[in-house]
Design a protein around this ligand. Structure first.
Ligand code: CMP
Length: 141
């Protein structure tokens, strides 16, 4: 069943450079409601669990190091067509390929330090949101 929620993280590069506020502003101005929000810092093992789907990829260990290198902001967002619209707002994984005006074009440093994460399906949005938030931490009305 399609849902109207997606999950995002503002990654260590973007948070560390003081871009979290600007990114949240872009997200809100694009019409997303914030249903849950958390500032946290992952350890390497937790980053590894979150990105377990990539564990056979050559960049996996570097990704775990990077994602545990500084604070992140995790959030659950709501909007019609949330997953697809959010991926459009953030742009391509590689900022060199991201469209002008997208979050990654504006703020990402590299294909790894790419400023934000966005879920790639409704199913993963639910799994990833539950990784960070209990039902009690999600605004439901
Ligand atoms: P994200 O959308 O969070 O999902 C997986 C992450 O792995 C991705 O953003 C990047 O941070 C990272 N990633 C994906 N492809 C590469 C790559 N080719 N080299 C390094 N990191 C990558």
């Amino acid at each position: 069943m399609a849902t109207n929620r997606t999950f995002t993280m503002i990654k260590p590069d973007a948070f560390g450079e003081g871009n979290a506020g600007a990114i949240l502003k872009m997200i809100e101005e694009a019409g997303f409601n914030i249903l849950a929000l958390k500032l946290t810092k992952l350890d390497k093992a937790t980053a590894g669990k979150f990105y377990a789907v990539h564990k056979e990829r050559p960049f996996y260990m570097d990704l775990c190091d990077y994602m545990s290198s500084g604070p992140i902001i995790a959030a659950i967002l709501e909007k019609d067509n949330a997953v697809a619209d959010f991926r459009k707002l953030i742009g391509a994984t590689n900022p060199k390929e991201a469209e002008e005006g997208t979050i990654r074009k504006l703020f990402a440093k590299s294909i790894e330090a790419n400023a934000v994460h966005g879920s790639d399906s409704d199913e993963n949005a639910k799994i990833e949101g539950s990784f960070f938030f209990s039902e009690l931490e999600i605004i439901n009305d």
